[in-house]
Design a binder for this molecule. Structure first.
Ligand code: ADP
Length: 168
């Protein structure tokens, strides 16, 4: 693991991955040697996609980066700080879209610092065009038949549509 250089963990639900997440991953790649996109298994959120489906969608969207070994996709359960320690990560990356994200993220970052003082949390801001994008909103637009071509990689759109259709 140490031969991967400076590792950052980007944790989240990714239900499903959006261009906003991918924007953050690309920004993190410029700062760190390796980005581990870590899908949480213990989210309290009611998710649409299974953890494995979310991993598959991320892996499809990040095929090139995974091949070049600058990104990997993984899952974790339990405390994020324990996972980061196991993976020898120096930092956690999180995306900040708007002021509304701040309070929760601030709380999480400080709690994680309490649990693991050496682990830094870095906040990255996506391109403005993604600041109003969330997985929840994306699912809602697909459900209502709207065009989400700008918000997710084109190859993923039919998969998301299919999943939502299967749900009835
Ligand atoms: P979580 O349930 O942990 O918030 P998400 O998958 O919703 O998981 O988000 C993971 C991370 O990505 C969070 O830091 C979130 O703020 C960030 N994020 C989500 N959507 C976007 C977006 N459109 N632009 C930038 N960051 C985003």
């Amino acid at each position: 693991m140490s031969n991967q250089g400076r590792i950052v963990v980007y944790p989240g639900s990714f239900d499903p991955v959006t261009n906003g997440h991918l924007d953050i991953i690309h920004r993190a790649r410029h700062i760190f040697d390796h980005v581990i996109v870590a899908v949480t298994q213990n989210s309290a959120k009611n998710s649409l996609f299974t953890v494995q489906e979310r991993v598959d969608l991320l892996s499809a969207a990040l095929k090139k980066e995974i091949r070049s070994r600058s990104v990997s996709v993984d899952t974790f359960s339990g405390l994020l700080v324990d996972y980061c320690r196991r993976r020898r990560a120096v930092a956690v990356a999180r995306g900040l879209r708007a002021l509304s994200d701040f309070e929760y993220e601030f709380q999480m970052a400080l709690m994680n610092r309490h649990l693991a003082p050496k682990l830094e949390t870095v906040f990255l801001m996506p391109d403005e065009k993604y600041t109003y994008l969330s997985s929840t909103l994306l699912k809602e637009i697909v459900r209502l038949g709207g065009d989400v071509g700008r918000f997710v990689p084109a190859a993923l759109v039919p998969k998301i549509r299919q999943k939502l259709a299967g749900r009835g």
